[in-house]
Design a binder for this molecule. Sequence first.
Ligand SMILES: N[C@@H](CCC(=O)N[C@@H](CS)C(=O)NCC(=O)O)C(=O)O
Length: 229
Amino acid sequence: MPGRLMLVSHPLCPYVQRAVIVMTEKQIAFERLDIDLADKPAWFLALSPTGKTPLLKVGTEHALFESAAIVEYLDETCGTPLMPANPVERARARAWIEFASGTLADIAGLYAAPDEPAFANKRAALGRRFGQIDAALSAPWFAGERFGLVDAAFAPVFRYLDAFEHLAGLSLADGLARLEAWRLALAGRPSVRIAVAPDYPARLKHFLLARGSFLTRIVLEHSQAIADA
Ligand SMILES: N[C@@H](CCC(=O)N[C@@H](CS)C(=O)NCC(=O)O)C(=O)O
């Protein structure tokens, strides 16, 4: 065990979820401290070169940043490895974790898109990504029989998809049977379920409504249509 772990977090951050999933999978004890990203504490800015969550404080000596680096550190220091032993498979896993980060960036672009053309552009980019992921994945988990770091990296992507379907009636990955099966498996995984607090859906809705973006309009119209039905 590497010493006392403190995960500096934000309740909506998908990158934080990766670390929580991995620590839960590995039964690693940790404390969590949520901060206000709109008003970052000075101690956080002093520790984090990027000023982004997650940040993992390890004992009193180290503060790790970047979710991919954090989860690999946890994987190498605690329990049975979630990364493959084979270097080629490990390189492939790292590449797909990066692809998951790019997918999260496109999702952020989608919910921030100010108008229909920008929204349609991001939606098309996401559709292409989901097709590529569907073609690359095995079953039941990304690389086959064992749950791994790629699964942890993508679980927050699908949490957004669930929310967009529920709040906006918006489907981004239709007709991809393998992806759908993986998404369902991830949604049922206990570590994924508890990676956010029970108030996550309400917080995300509040966040999306406050964006003033094209998706905000869709969420409002969807709520209205449900109220009228
Ligand atoms: N590449 C980073 C991305 C982390 C990230 O974008 N965190 C967001 C919250 S989900 C953040 O802290 N944003 C605050 C800011 O950019 O000022 C990682 O994988 O850890």
